[in-house]
Design a protein around this ligand. Structure first.
Ligand SMILES: [Zn+2]
Ligand SMILES: [Zn+2]
Length: 344
């Protein structure tokens, strides 16, 4: 049996009252949602990031306006909001008209209500862009080479590697950036915005180019009572590069490749290949740079010599034979004391 009750506001008979009122009167007399006349939003002039609750976030205008609206509206007690949708129409450079639709329930009554508000957009610079435009950095990674200048090739490879890696780091951390890249006498310097990126980039360069890594810390000032540290990383590539020929313990070796700790080298007489640490190879001496190594064509092969066309004077010349070659084959040769040496 349904018991009917009377609404205190309109006198209507109903089977359910909300604080003495029928559904209609309850919704009419209670303010469920409060939407401010203005919703304020700050946008970075440089990168379009939006400030949201004190943090800067990248995202589309729609996404950020929605989250700004969500955080600016308040719901009465007993109201649960299910969804908020926002239609925005730009009025001028900094004002947008907003149509806001809120759905939810109060007590157990479902409701959908529409509101209007105005979005005010202010322009400012985000933390990251402030730092960037101010030349901020916390780490310097210096790439150098032992007893030589890094080659243009190495400088370019390092730049590409660092730029690419920083871009991928930025996807997870918007505060990471390259503040400056400076080519200096003896190498290249990367100025980086965070200590973490300095650690990562110095290890990356060392594993790509080999050699040693040292770091030093300096106090660069104070911020909010805390010391600011700046770390300088020095990555020094070995003197030798893949393709160079070394004299090591009176034998000649071609460098095949290098990594952060070792170089793999091949004996040019017996073709034995093995790895040695950069420290062990400290005693080695470069006898040919890879630029000094030329290509030559094999014309004739005898039992213990191979005849090639000398790249210097185009004459046929005999060279002692470290391994079986075939006529017509292209070989690498380097000239030492007037003699050609075959490089495997
Ligand atoms: Zn009523
Ligand atoms: Zn910015």
């Amino acid at each position: 049996m349904i018991v009917l009750m009377q609404c205190v506001d309109c006198g209507k008979q109903t089977d359910k009252l909300y604080g003495g009122s029928c559904v209609e009167c309850y919704l009419k007399t209670h303010k469920l949602i409060t939407v401010p006349e203005y919703v304020d939003l700050t946008v970075c002039v440089y990168c379009n990031a939006r400030e949201s609750n004190g943090a800067w976030i990248d995202g589309t205008m729609e996404e950020v306006v929605e989250s700004a609206v969500e955080s600016s509206i308040t719901a009465a007690r007993d109201v649960s909001i299910f969804s908020i949708s926002v239609q925005q129409k730009q009025r001028d450079k900094s004002l947008y008209d907003l149509d806001i639709t809120v759905s939810g329930t109060v007590m157990d009554i479902p409701f959908t209500e529409k509101y209007q508000s105005v979005l005010r957009v202010a322009r400012n610079a985000c933390d990251r862009c402030c730092k960037y435009t101010g030349g901020y950095f916390e780490a310097i990674v210096q790439l150098r080479a032992k007893n030589r200048q890094p080659s243009d090739e190495e400088i370019k490879a390092a730049k590409d590697l660092v730029s690419k890696h920083i871009r991928s780091m930025q996807e997870g951390d918007r505060d990471t950036f390259i503040s400056k890249i400076e080519e200096v006498k003896g190498g290249i310097d990367f100025y980086l915005s965070t200590q973490g990126s300095g650690n990562i980039i110095s290890k990356l360069l060392q594993s790509r180019f080999g050699g040693s890594h040292q770091s030093s810390v300096k106090i660069a000032g104070m911020k909010a009572g805390v010391d600011i540290y700046r770390v300088t990383h020095l990555v020094r590539m070995p003197e030798y590069r893949p393709g160079d020929v070394l004299k090591y313990k009176n034998k000649d070796y071609v460098v095949k490749n290098t990594n952060d700790r070792t170089a793999s080298i091949t004996n040019i007489q017996n073709l034995e290949t093995f790895s040695l640490s950069h420290t062990e190879l400290d005693d080695s001496k470069i006898i040919f740079k890879k630029e000094d190594i030329h290509e030559a064509v094999v014309v004739y092969v005898a039992s213990d010599t191979v005849q090639i066309i000398d790249p210097e004077n185009s004459k046929a010349v005999d060279v002692s034979l470290p391994r079986g070659y075939k006529p017509g084959e292209i070989v690498k040769v380097a000239r030492s004391e007037g003699r050609n040496i075959l490089i495997p």
